[in-house]
Design a protein around this ligand. Structure first.
Ligand code: SAM
Ligand code: SF4
Length: 331
């Protein structure tokens, strides 16, 4: 079988696909309060196109998909897309990243479809602060989702974007949550992808600083083994049920083991989070490309992955008009 291996020897086995750029929340680090440009629906990949792309990629060795957005559950019939993808026997894991506001009633069906892991974004355990961050009043919906997922057979990870001056005082509380609860806490370095550049990040809360903060409240913890391509470095408190980790998304110390390709909601292939898109699939799919030609296209484009996020960012600077949000990139 032809595989997607780049010139640095990295094999691409993991697809992150955004199903929409729309969202029901307006997190300050991700989207402006108003006026974000939403793409017309007809420009989004259709579910049939998503199935075709995924099938071709799995025939080239991809075995894991993460569906994200925007908010995946705001797209009409998202559960049907999951059902379609579950028929692909080459996909070993289907994961979702969600804000959790529209999830709780779908949990039995998500279990039935064998969804492997859900990453639930929750940046504060305090309802008022959650409102300040997301500009929406959905704390209780999200927390209900957290409680139900914890009891389900789906693995639960919490995504917490560490925001200077906003939620750094809750780092210890989230670590404490991993002591009692059957979940993995993941702290993410904030990146300057917020749609308009409205929010400036004045203080650096990188991997080292987050770890230092954890040591203040929980001096004893052990380092966990992790998969080579894992985005996080993981730890565990003594005798704890869950674990916690840090994702150095912005310091980019994980690029050498990257196994990911991203596809945006409009079908743009991104070989790196920090590039500005290398090929638009929508155009070729509209022209009825065959499965073999689609695979050849992937074999040509995906192995051109840049060495790391710094190289990708440097290339992107050549296009100064790019101002993206994680909601369009697909977080
Ligand atoms: N709406 C879903 C959610 O919030 O989980 C999925 C899409 S969201 C873009 C995916 C992840 O990206 C979330 O965990 C979110 O917190 C994170 N994210 C968004 N903007 C970010 C930024 N500027 N820096 C770091 N992480 C960010
Ligand atoms: Fe929406 Fe997720 Fe962005 Fe928040 S982080 S605005 S929930 S896409």
């Amino acid at each position: 079988m032809n595989k997607l291996i780049d010139k640095y020897g990295r094999q691409i086995t993991y697809l992150r696909l955004a199903v929409t750029d729309r969202c029901n929340l307006r997190c300050k680090y991700c989207m402006p309060a108003e006026g974000i440009k939403i793409v017309p629906r007809k420009e989004l990949l259709s579910y049939k196109e998503i199935y075709r792309i995924t099938r071709a990629l799995t025939e080239l060795g991809v075995n894991k998909i993460r569906l994200t957005g925007g908010e995946p559950f705001v797209r009409k019939d998202f559960m049907q897309l999951l059902e379609m993808l579950s028929y692909n026997d080459l996909l070993k894991k289907i994961n979702i990243t969600t804000n959790g506001a529209l999830v709780k009633h779908n949990i039995p069906k998500l279990e039935e479809l064998n969804i492997n892991t859900i990453n639930l974004s929750i940046d504060s355990l305090k309802p008022e602060r959650f409102f300040e961050i997301t500009r929406r009043n959905n704390f209780h919906d999200v927390f209900d989702t957290l409680n139900l997922l914890e009891k389900s057979k789906i693995n639960l990870k919490l995504n917490i974007v560490v925001q200077p001056g906003v939620n750094t005082d809750e780092i210890g509380d989230f670590v404490a949550l991993s002591q009692e609860r059957n979940l993995s806490v993941r702290f993410i370095e904030e990146m300057p992808f917020n749609g308009t550049g409205q929010r400036t990040i004045d203080e650096v809360w990188n991997y080292n600083r987050i770890l230092e903060e954890i040591r203040k409240s929980h001096p004893e913890f052990e380092i966990l083994d992790h998969e080579k391509s894992s985005t996080s470095k993981n730890f565990k408190l003594p005798d704890s049920t869950g674990n916690f980790g840090i994702i150095p998304a912005y310091t980019r110390t994980i690029c050498h083991d990257c196994n990911r390709v991203r596809i945006t909601a409009t079908g743009m292939i991104k070989n790196c989070l920090f590039d500005d898109g290398v090929f638009n699939l929508k155009e070729v799919l509209n022209k009825d490309i065959s499965n073999e030609d689609l695979k050849d296209l992937f074999l040509e484009i995906i192995p051109q992955k840049p060495k790391n996020g710094f190289v990708a960012e440097e290339n992107r600077r050549k296009n100064p008009n790019v101002s993206e949000s994680m909601s369009t990139i697909g977080g």
